[in-house]
Design a protein around this ligand. Structure first.
Ligand code: SF4
Length: 503
């Protein structure tokens, strides 16, 4: 998750008394959290921070315009794309929080109306309903030619269930689900509390599932090549860092009941201080969790030993997020671009909405690589859309160095940061060699990414960083140099790239 939340304090206008009058079940009491949400704006160094969770990463052109207008009126900062395909508004002006929230809710953002959010958007129940909307699908769901299953309707069912079940208010706002339809454009290296992945079986598609990690990819089965965030061979990778073994498989129609059973199991067995599935697994084996979950479903729920070596069939290729790629069916493509270090201004968001409306299907799909896709672009309109993205300053080619850099908010937005990571990342972009992916983090919380990047520059002081290389160990990997300036880091990356080429 993105980080300013970690040091943020909830804005007082949104602090609430006990939620007991709203939520009758004691288990439904929302966990206290400093995470930003649409209904819980938190303070950061550059103003209020408001996170907007997008169902399936999708935003309509009308919503994009409403969001841009609200930002222009009530915020002074950027619109940030997050690593969970959500958006966040930075620099919300003091005193404008309620007006911003009202504008966003009126645009249909936030929890669905039947959860109570539209009538009373600042109630604990509405905040809890917003918090739990964490289901990730491919930004190319329903379009990717390799997909085994269109996950969008199932995603909508899961979101509806998460928002309507009051007991889920007790889940951490970080608790997250992955629903993988088998697309090539898919973020499957990002650990989730529950993952489900489509698998083609002789009698149809099943959803294989596992806990506290990612679906194992075919490259983990012994292939010598791992792929990095751009789809290039990753020379710093250790295979399967976050993958967890498949436990069993269910029919697509059984997925909502399975997820509900697993979440009830988590809530009933996890100690009060456990917020993630990995914490529960530290004290219970997966078989015990399945045994407990069985009481909530009418289909058998035991480990399927035949899936112990199951692997995701299609290799994921993150480079498909950029540029033009054909969709399933003739005559249409999705076109993608990446704003510099994941930030847009209101004018750029409005222009993206106009491009989508003029040439696409009137929607934008945000990706977990902090980029955006415009789906359903007819072949004749592709040049105009590519040109439009470039004019707006978005990178559309994975060869552009800026697409291989991520940086947290840094000292301009976060009091915890020891360096101006955004500005330093821009300086590094001018010298970053091909094939090198770098994450700049202002502190060890690593808000900009949930997975370990091939290389991490961890701020030690303004303009100085310790360099880590991913090697499979927890955290950022092995520290290979300390107190580097950006120029020294660039020298080192050039040497590393040369030695990899020479090898
Ligand atoms: S410095 Fe960066 S990583 Fe650390 S809390 Fe702030 S935004 Fe997150």
């Amino acid at each position: 998750m993105l980080g300013p939340s970690r040091d943020a304090k909830p804005v007082s206008v949104l602090n609430h008394a006990s939620p007991s009058t709203i939520v009758s079940n004691a288990a439904a009491t929302p966990r206290p959290s400093a995470c930003p949400g649409l209904l819980r704006i938190v303070a950061a160094r550059d103003g209020g921070l408001c996170r907007i969770k997008l169902p399936g990463g999708e935003l309509s052109a009308a919503q994009a315009r409403a969001l841009a207008d609200a930002c222009a009126r009530h915020a002074a900062g950027a619109i940030e794309l997050t690593n969970r395909a959500n958006l966040q508004v930075r620099g919300v002006k003091p005193g404008d929080e309620a007006a911003l929230i009202a504008a966003l809710v009126a645009a249909g953002l936030g929890p669905r109306p039947s959860s109570g959010a539209a009538k009373a958007p600042d109630t604990p129940a509405a905040i809890a309903a917003d918090d739990v909307r964490n289901v990730m699908i491919s930004p190319a769901a329903g379009r990717d030619p390799s997909a085994l299953f269109d996950t969008r309707p199932l995603c909508a069912d899961l979101l509806s269930m998460l928002q309507s079940e009051t007991r889920f208010a007790a889940l951490s706002p970080k608790f997250a689900l992955l629903l993988d339809g088998g697309e090539r454009l898919a973020r499957v290296d990002h650990p989730h509390d529950v993952w489900l992945a489509a698998s083609q079986e002789p009698d149809g598609v099943r959803f294989v599932f596992g806990l506290a990690g990612c679906p194992p990819a075919s490259a983990c089965a012994g292939s010598p090549t791992q792929y990095d965030d751009t789809g290039s061979p990753d020379l710093a990778a250790k295979p399967g860092a976050h993958s967890t073994a498949a436990l069993a498989a269910v029919l697509p129609s059984q997925v909502p009941a399975l997820v509900r059973a697993l979440l009830f199991t988590f809530l009933e067995l996890a100690p009060a201080d456990a917020t993630r599935m990995r914490h529960l697994l530290a004290g219970h084996c997966a078989d015990a969790l399945l045994h407990h979950a069985q009481r909530y479903v009418h289909f058998p729920l035991t480990r399927d030993a035949s899936l112990a070596h199951w692997r995701r069939a299609a290799p994921a290729d993150a480079s498909l997020r950029l540029g033009v790629h054909p969709q399933r069916g003739p005559g249409a493509s999705h076109v993608g671009g990446q704003p510099t270090l994941g930030r847009l201004d209101a004018g750029a968001l409005r222009a993206l909405a106009a491009l989508s409306q003029q040439h696409g299907n009137g929607t934008l799909r945000f990706t977990p690589w902090q980029s955006v896709l415009l789906p359903d672009i007819a072949t004749h309109a592709v040049p105009a859309v590519l040109s439009g993205l470039t004019t707006l300053g978005l990178a559309t080619d994975p060869a552009q160095a800026i697409t291989r850099l991520i940086a947290c908010a840094g000292s301009s937005g976060c009091a915890k940061s020891l360096a101006d990571t955004k500005a330093d990342a821009l300086r590094l972009a001018a010298r970053l060699p091909d094939g090198v992916d770098v994450h700049l983090s202002g502190c060890s919380r690593s808000c900009a990414t949930a997975h370990c990047a091939p290389y991490t520059l961890l701020a030690a002081a303004p303009g100085l960083y310790d360099l880590y290389r991913r090697d499979g160990r927890p955290g950022f990997g092995q520290c290979v140099a300390r107190q580097l300036t950006i120029d020294q880091a660039a020298d080192m990356f050039e040497r590393l790239a040369r030695s990899n080429t020479d090898a």
